[in-house]
Write a protein that binds this ligand. Sequence first.
Ligand code: FAD
Ligand code: NAD
Length: 486
Amino acid sequence: MPQSFDVAVIGAGPGGYVAAIRCAQLGLNTVCIDEWKSPQGKPSLGGTCLNVGCIPSKALLESSENFERAAHKFASHGIRVEGLSIDIPTMMSRKDKIVTGFTGGVAMLLKKNKVASMHGHGILLKGSKDESGNHNLWQIEVKNGDKTDTIEAKHIIIATGSTPRPLPFAQVDNERILDNTGALAMTEAPKRLGVIGGGVIGLEMGSMWRRLGSEVSILEALPGFLTAADEQVAKEAKKIFTRESGLVIHTGIRISGIKTGEKSITIEYANAGDADGNVQKLDVDKLIIAVGRTPHTHGLGAENIGLKLDDRGYIEVDSECRTNLSNIFAVGDVVRGPMLAHKASEEGVAVAETIAGQPGHVNLDTIPWVIYTSPEIAWVGKTEQQLKTDGVQYKAGQFPFMANGRARALGETGGFVKVLADAHTDRILGIHIIGPYASELIAEAVMAMEFAASSEDIARIVHAHPSLSEVLHEAALGVDKRAIHI
Ligand code: FAD
Ligand code: NAD
């Protein structure tokens, strides 16, 4: 007889492992199945986020930023650094230690919560049906090398995540042509680094390697830059990244070929604005491909049970993350919505609560976005361009970090906060930040929007002095043109 569970979770990324823990907290007998292996070939929980995503990238961004500060910013504080050098293998082993600390931590959390953990590849199989024709038990085959186990579960949560979108003419080998895994594991900074895709990964990885000494050229297909962000923020970001951070950013390009020679990789591209389609060439030593990610359903057995995918390969779900099949849910990168770890986790919690008969809920309209460049970029809610397209009348208040005491003390004065509020009701519709610690400041904005706050509400809240949060306060005051320090 196969082992039987209330809930089987496939995938132990931030969607899956969090869902499994919440299920167990709610008294459901739960198993979490995951196939990820560390570079040493050992099971490694935490999915993309912990192994090759959020955590290693932020560890390296921090190290590289410290190096940059020591090289260029300490002098103004009167701190002299002589003989500054960078030891990238040490930086990488620090990053690896942080990763293994967390991946091992997930294993401990599952154990502590009495979630059964199975290592292997999960394949969905038809289960048994009750008299009314509904499935009352689904089956999953778990393959680990030569070993195959079959388990049964009343409910399944699919949290199989995403994988890098391939570029047809660039074969990733993670030696010279890299995806995020390779980009996070180089042991020296290449002299010339190319990045295809000027999105979140391209900018974070490009910034990091530029700080460590690479000449970085980013090639972006869209004519605009960071089109998901508020236009004014994107414009400010491009200005800072190109003038101060030293990134070379080409937008509106069409790649026609990538040739891997013995000494360099040549990218052939044309500028979309060039009517003659003149081919330009860029020679680099290493190339990062970061052109988006695709939902991971390969080998899952969706076809075995009639699980519906949409035309882009995402598992189709409703607002409660229910698939077309009874008692099968899907969360995280494998379903619609932003591919963000916190979104995956919140969906995991909501689904666990729904299964336990509670009202699970995720508000996709207040998911914060953060890009960990320098300065950081963060936003929640609508951009100005979205409000204009939707014909919403709004008021805007804006305040620069340059006029903030804490930002001056930090020496991080670039950027601003912008608050967008409904012109009639004053309800906050969006908050956009480019500046120091935007990743932390955005939390107040999310909270305000979740509580349906008005700009007046933020304007009336006392913010500590001197703190970066005063910039948000002043931007809220600015909605009614009563900012004090400008
Ligand atoms: P994943 O984390 O991808 O986990 C899915 C798991 O399922 C994996 O372990 C996989 O091996 C396993 N799996 C798949 N199929 C099967 C199967 N059939 N059987 C068994 N196991 C299976 N997001 C942020 O919010 N903040 C960030 O700073 C951030 N930085 C990022 C940096 C990089 C370089 C990258 C690539 C991504 C980053 N992200 C970030 C995105 C974030 O990593 C994802 O949104 C998040 O990991 C999605 O979680 P998930 O649980 O849906 O899937
Ligand atoms: P992305 O969607 O952010 O950016 C991909 C970029 O590549 C886009 O700007 C797109 O126009 C461009 N592009 C696509 N095809 C191209 C081509 N042929 N030539 C040139 N440019 C091309 O995707 P990403 O940067 O790969 O990251 C994937 C996802 O991972 C992100 O959307 C995000 O959800 C997540 N992520 C989040 C964080 C964070 O939260 N800080 C960090 C990294 C990744």
